[in-house]
Design a protein around this ligand. Structure first.
Ligand SMILES: *Cc1c(COP(=O)(O)O)cnc(C)c1O
Length: 411
């Protein structure tokens, strides 16, 4: 028998009802009976609570943006538009979704390397802020704006000289396809101002999935200092500075939640003592997974239970085509177990060691490796937590002709 491997911590806010996992008061089996399996369930209540807790911890004047690539499901996006101060998009497709969900153009900003001319045109016509990623992209945006008789709103995405320590995905520091190097910023901003376009400020995003408050605080300090230095070089104050985000969520055994009270207190102190040139600047953070990740669960039904060479496998009707990240194939170096449970035996004690796999014919399709679980049979339902971000749309749904899972937002 293989050694038991722990599963990640189950997020707060989930209940037990008649021995089953309950989400927003609804039993997992009832949800699957009504909507089918596999199923992504997102909780409106948990989304609302998360934003309220974050706002309570952060400085009052700080804007909180939602990076919609984390979860663009229509009803979730609409709810996030109602909760957030801004929506960060990364394509013209996301622009259409954000507008359709009620986001106001003045609250939308568009980042991402490789924006096509057509996307720049649509963004300029819609009047959203474009985070410019290179001097050549700036030239294209100015040309397209002039051609369309529009005045583009342009911020500079800066490739910071530092990275977010301990972050799962580094987005700054050294050679990067994102943003422009510090020494290119001042001349590009001058070009924007000389062209008579609207210079909005800076976007400085240093990394993702950081859990350590001290690392986030250090990065925010460096980001504010960099914005001040760039503004001094340019000789003009930015109206807006997007400080990035990077707040992570606990996925794996031993992970601990970000201490947002500490981060908030440090940011309050910093925004209360800004360099002169940033006195009137509006600051924002942009978060994806922190806002939505823990508010979603992936439910998948067991279709077979089998033994092989002394090990037990629970084979489900879901898999990596919906939950690539939980299988360990989305930017993780070492495969570890996401938080998981047998939803239909939620408050039972573990009695056996099992591997929970998907239905795809590849050894990569593993949702939980040698986990301790209560005994589950065909028809029981597996819950994989932390499925609210980078799940449905960040997984190859068409692999092996399987198709997407159903998604629902419940109260
Ligand atoms: C992906 C992305 C985010 C969101 O990252 P999370 O880790 O989900 O918080 C924010 N800003 C930018 C520029 C991004 O590319």
């Amino acid at each position: 028998m293989n050694k038991v491997k722990p599963v990640g911590p189950i997020p707060a806010g989930y209940d037990t009802l008649h021995e089953e996992l309950a989400i927003g008061g609804a039993m997992a089996s009832a949800l699957v009976r009504q909507h089918g399996s596999p199923l992504f369930v997102y909780s409106k209540q948990l989304l609302t609570r998360r934003m309220a807790d974050l706002r309570a911890a952060m400085p009052e004047k700080l804007n909180i943006h939602y990076a919609m690539k984390a979860n663009p499901f229509g009803p979730v996006l609409k709810h996030m538009v109602s909760l957030a101060d801004g929506i960060d998009i990364a394509s013209a497709g996301e622009l259409l979704m954000a507008l359709a969900s009620g986001a106001k153009p003045e609250h939308i900003s568009f980042a991402g390397p490789g924006k096509r001319d057509e996307e720049l045109l649509r963004a300029i016509e819609a009047g959203v802020t474009i985070n410019i990623e290179s001097p050549t992209e700036c030239d294209r945006a100015l040309l397209i704006g002039a051609g369309a008789g529009q005045n583009p709103k342009l911020a500079i995405r800066v490739n910071p000289t530092f990275d977010l320590k301990g972050s799962g995905m580094k987005m700054g520091g050294g050679a990067k396809p994102f943003g422009m190097d510090v020494e290119l910023v001042a001349s590009t901003v001058r070009k924007i101002i000389e062209a008579g376009a609207h210079w909005r400020g800076f976007h400085i995003f240093a990394g993702s999935q950081a859990l350590k408050a001290d690392a986030i605080i250090e990065t925010q300090t460096q980001t504010i200092a960099l914005a001040a230095q760039l503004a001094d070089d340019i000789g003009a104050a930015p109206e807006h500075v997007n400080l990035g985000g990077g707040f992570g969520i606990p996925y794996f055994p031993g992970d601990e939640a970000v201490d947002i009270a500490r981060v908030g207190d440090a940011l309050k102190a910093q925004l209360g003592d800004l360099p002169i040139i940033l006195q009137d600047t509006q600051f924002a953070i942009e978060l994806g997974r922190y806002l939505v990740g823990e508010a979603g669960v992936y439910l998948t039904q067991i279709v077979d239970r089998k033994q092989s060479c002394g090990e037990t496998f629970l084979v489900t009707d879901g898999g990596l085509h919906h939950q690539l990240a939980a299988s360990g194939n989305f930017g993780t170096v070492v495969r570890r177990n996401y938080p998981a449970a047998i939803a239909t035996k939620y408050n039972f004690e573990p009695t056996e060691t099992v591997s929970i796999v998907g239905c795809l014919c590849t050894p990569l399709d593993r949702l939980s490796d040698n986990a301790a679980m209560p005994k589950a049979n065909v028809g029981d339902i597996v819950a994989i937590f932390c499925a609210g971000a980078y799940g449905a749309t960040a997984s190859p749904a068409n692999f092996l002709g399987q198709g997407p899972a159903k998604e629902i937002l419940i109260d």
